[in-house]
Design a protein around this ligand. Sequence first.
Ligand code: NAD
Length: 472
Amino acid sequence: MEQKATEVNRFTDIFKTLKANQYKVANTSAKQRIAKLKTLKNALEVDYKQAIREALQKDLNKPYLETDLTEIYPVIKEIKYASKHLKSWMKNQPVDTPLALLGASSWIKYEPKGVCLIMAPWNFPVNLLLVPLVSAIASGNTVVLKPSEMTAHASQVLKQIIETVFSSDEIVLVEGGIEESQDLLKLPFNHIFFTGSPAVGKIVMRAASEHLTSVTLELGGKSPSIIHESANLKDVVKKTVFGKFLNSGQTCIAPDYMLVHESIKEEFVSVFKETVAKFYSENPEASHSYCRVINGKHHQRLLDHLEDAKQRGAKIEIGGQENAKENYLAPTLVLDVPLEATLMQDEIFGPILPVLTFKTLNDILEIVNSKDKPLALYIFSKNRAFIKQVINTTRAGGTCINHNLIHFLNNNLPFGGSNHSGLGKSHGKFGFEAFSNPRAVMKQHTMGALDLLYPPYTNLKQKLIDLTLKWF
Ligand code: NAD
């Protein structure tokens, strides 16, 4: 079965080369892996920094500062963190052995999964391809990287970086679109790390099941942001405008919709208006700090959402201006959006923010818990009891209290969703574990208790078992 799948595939040779080299890479020391990570770090910080900035400006009109902060910095940070901890992660982890198994010792050996596939989306094409790569290298795997076809300039620079920094029997970048992705998915990888939409996540999982390949799925969803009446509104709005309109709202953990206490709705809207103007000027189209939507198809998808909401009685309070030639859509705030509107059904993934109101915790739960578990859930409040109640009665991949997005940047926290928003975790030790198999190893040193129980079974042996059941 496995043989057949590799024979008909255009990527068979790449796969075979990586597979043949996997044990050599697996047996590299922490020092050797850290040296590889440092070369990648140097390429990002020095040799290719400007090329990355220019590529992303072409692909998404991404400001240089945003590229530095959200594309390059997280990879550098991941490299530094992994380099600092790798030696201890790679060490065998001793664990207790039960008394009934006297005479043995036990430990966990983190071994690399083998040949891994990393598939990335277009919204943060450098970050979301290379952060998982850092974990895959740290764990000692060989890797095929598949960037998104939608950010062609970034993809070309990434290819140059990978070909310069790594040997082709260790890490290979394959460019291409859906057909290439589908061919790659037919191969018997040992692990697939996919970042993208829940719809494609299902395709990936289905393909992976053919080879019983393990998967990490980093998906999306509708991440709510809940604003309690005790919150400091100026602070909430600053963080929300930044968190939502960074990358023009094309961020998997951007607040997707707001749930604002009804007593502060008017003030929220008025501060929001001021803040958008302050951040992006009265004409955000001319602002150097504001991105574009990735392409015409997504631009139209967002306009369709707005039209649908308007038809259902929603009101565009801020923004709504657009320029199809440039895929520009202004930062947009929409009020009175009914729950049946497509804006409240699908992940928005663009610069449109619906504002809903609540009176009680139950109002919040009725909306949030009627949807799939989100990737993130944000709570702005000074009321500790309220924060605790929200956390205890909802589910989400991650939560920030009195902020949004920043949990992504803490390598000590697991990053990822739950069910529809994702399977498995990444970043730091969690990323290392995603690309590793925790192999259980047990060594018998002396005669063990089990030696006393071999057949033929006697009354004495039955008594020993009775004692074991009772006491050990
Ligand atoms: P996508 O699922 O359309 O594409 C992701 C990757 O899958 C690309 O490399 C693409 O080539 C490939 N692909 C697309 N269609 C395919 C098919 N039919 N068969 C096989 N492969 C296919 O996602 P996108 O539009 O690039 O990104 C947006 C989505 O990603 C949003 O849902 C967002 O929330 C999610 N996302 C999640 C995270 C996270 O960390 N959890 C980060 C960024 C984006």
